[in-house]
Design a protein around this ligand. Structure first.
Ligand SMILES: Nc1nc2c(c(=O)[nH]1)N[C@H]1C(S)=C(S)[C@@H](COP(=O)(O)O)O[C@H]1N2
Ligand SMILES: [Mo]
Length: 191
């Protein structure tokens, strides 16, 4: 009876160890975050187009900071630590953006959002404090994010690629409407 109990405990300990190292899961913890995600992003200036895969996007110079948003119904999400590529870096691939340009962001569900030239420079956004009271804006960065809190962004949260209006400090909330989920196309429109 006693040996049986010891054996049971040993099996239990093994299962716990396997679960802790991720051996029972379907994901491989040794592979970098979101390495095998298949998703393409098209960047266009109306004439030239470039298609980047998820892994090509991750090879571009990364931006790291914070994102904290509120939906129109007042639900806050974040603050997240955010990793991604700035919209400016992505647009450099089709000649950049400048005065008077507008940048349209699209997703497969038909959602479409436009950033103007002021917002591309990190200004002209509504910013709120924790109590959702409007406060002066710190410098903001428009980022195409691929990680929230060090993990690939789940589909339900708008991954694998989601727009973020990001900050260098975690205490500023921005409006969720600009946080386009499932981004698959970025197009600069020059005047
Ligand atoms: N692709 C896509 N992105 C989107 C939306 C959408 O309908 N489609 N809604 C936007 C709005 S208005 C808000 S408030 C937030 C809501 O984010 P949530 O769905 O994670 O709560 O996503 C934004 N991004
Ligand atoms: Mo919204």
């Amino acid at each position: 009876m006693k040996t049986r109990f010891v054996r049971l405990m040993a099996v239990f300990a093994l299962i716990c160890a396997a679960a802790a190292c991720g051996c029972t899961g379907t994901t491989n913890p040794a592979s970098p975050v979101g390495e095998d995600i298949s998703w393409n992003l098209t960047i266009s200036d109306g004439t030239n187009e470039e298609v980047l895969s998820f892994s090509e996007i991750k090879e571009l110079p990364a931006w790291e900071g914070y994102g904290y948003a509120v939906s129109t119904v007042g639900i806050k999400y974040g603050p997240y630590t955010v990793k991604g590529v700035t919209l400016a870096t992505l647009l450099d691939r089709v000649g950049g953006s400048g005065d008077g340009d507008q940048v349209g962001i699209s997703a497969p569900d038909g959602y479409y959002w436009v950033f103007d030239d002021e917002q591309m420079a990190g200004k002209g956004f509504v910013t709120l404090d924790q109590n959702l009271k409007e406060k002066p804006s710190p410098a903001l960065t428009v980022v195409l994010a691929y990680e929230f809190n060090g993990t690939a962004i789940p589909d339900g949260d708008g991954g694998p690629l989601r727009m973020v209006v990001g900050t260098d400090e975690p205490d500023t909330i921005t409006e969720g409407s600009a946080w386009v989920k499932w981004v698959d196309r970025i197009e600069v429109k020059r005047p």
